[in-house]
Design a protein around this ligand. Structure first.
Ligand SMILES: *Cc1c(COP(=O)(O)O)cnc(C)c1O
Length: 375
């Protein structure tokens, strides 16, 4: 069976440095906020092109800390996409705020700026009790959302923009890197993300020194001048030093891995389109570089997708569906009162989409075998 993501290949490649760096932490005894954490934060900020980066315990915590720093809570509306991993809207609802879903663009699967504008204008009618506060676009499958347009719309209404870059670290938009495309960026180092550690991890990005100070405080139980001075409510949101050491090692090969992902994606699309297979290949607008967290195809309909997945499985090719059900139709968000048909593009894409193996170490042979299995 071909692996969906091959973390073993990567491990073999960096084994020596990686194990040495982890053993160094084990021997140092600095398991919490050791020097590797600060070193990683500098390297992350430099890579993303933001002034500051702050590591944290997961991508979900990064989003949560971002919203908490902005004081978002009951009575607040946060605009986001229903076509994403549950964490995006979950953190909004956890804080007592209301996720206002906005449908996606049919080609990029990212939040549709025109629909966002309409949802903002409609809020006083649809939810007169809510105050519009923020937009949380997601860079789905590694492709950044349209930030120039989104940031301009948000600025007109004094809304904050929080980039869910959990899948897109390493991608870029008009020459700027993901994480640094909005007021706040949040990413994840879950093992399967483009830059993954060996457990859970995440990071926040900002150019705003005051926000950085808030993130730091919230990350450690709302600490003030020291740990036992608690000036606000916070969480246990730190990244382990061992995970920082892992990430520092992986960051060294990350730029080549992002390059390799471009080659894999280009080979897939070229082979699928050359063979005129009945699938829609990913569409990457000019000026965008995806981090290719996933390589997703669209089948003709739900039935065609199931036939394809079965056929792949019979040939030893794994596949996955991201995401089979948009968030507005999940039980966890039933309190929002949505129904089928509310976000038709998200619903159609959820019926047709499937992902095939994607990682930087896919050989041309493997790619050919996978495309052959699609025929
Ligand atoms: C993975 C993911 C998250 C959450 O990250 P964790 O590190 O798993 O908490 C949030 N948003 C999106 C879009 C994700 O893909």
């Amino acid at each position: 069976m071909i692996p969906f993501i091959d973390l073993q290949r990567q491990y073999a490649l960096i084994k020596e440095n990686l194990e040495a760096s982890v053993i160094k932490v084990l021997r140092s005894g600095h398991y919490i906020l050791g020097p590797e954490v600060t070193e990683l934060e500098k390297a992350l900020a430099e890579y993303a092109g933001s002034k500051y980066a702050l590591s944290c315990a997961s991508g979900t915590d990064a989003l949560l800390i971002a919203l908490m720093a902005k004081g978002i809570g009951p009575g607040d509306a946060v605009f986001t996409t229903p076509f994403t991993f549950v964490a995006t809207a979950e953190v909004i609802a956890l804080l007592g705020a209301t996720p206002i879903f906005v449908d996606i663009d049919a080609k990029t699967y990212n939040i549709d700026p025109a629909a966002l504008q309409a949802a903002i204008d409609d809020l006083p009618i649809s939810h007169p009790e809510l105050q519009a506060r923020a937009v949380m676009p997601v860079d789905i499958f590694g492709l950044p959302a349209d930030y120039d347009t989104i940031n301009a719309i948000a600025a007109n209404y004094s809304l904050d923009v929080i980039e869910d870059a959990a899948q897109s670290f390493g991608s870029s938009y008009k020459g700027r890197r993901a994480g640094a495309l909005a007021t706040i960026g949040a990413t994840s180092f879950f093992p399967a993300k483009p830059l993954g550690c060996y457990g859970d991890g995440g990071a926040l990005f900002t150019d705003d020194e005051r926000l950085l100070a808030l993130f730091q405080s919230i990350r450690v139980h709302g600490q003030g001048s020291d740990r036992y001075d608690n000036v606000r409510l916070g969480i246990t949101g730190r990244l382990d030093t061992i995970q920082a050491a892992v990430l520092l090692t992986k960051l060294q090969i990350f730029p080549q891995e992002i390059e390799a992902r471009q080659r894999v994606a280009a080979s897939y699309s070229a082979a699928i389109n050359a063979a005129q297979l009945p699938f829609v290949t990913p569409s990457i607008p000019d000026g965008y570089v995806s981090a290719w967290a996933q390589y997703c195809l669209l089948a003709k309909d739900r039935e065609h997708r199931q036939q394809t997945i079965d056929k792949l499985k019979a040939s030893g090719v794994p596949s996955a569906i991201y995401y089979p059900r948009p968030l507005h139709l999940q039980k966890a968000f039933a309190h929002l009162g949505h129904k089928t048909g509310d976000f038709p593009i998200s619903e159609t894409i959820a019926e047709r989409i499937f992902a095939i193996p994607m990682h930087p170490y896919l050989s041309i042979d493997m790619i050919e075998k996978i495309v052959e299995a699609l025929k």
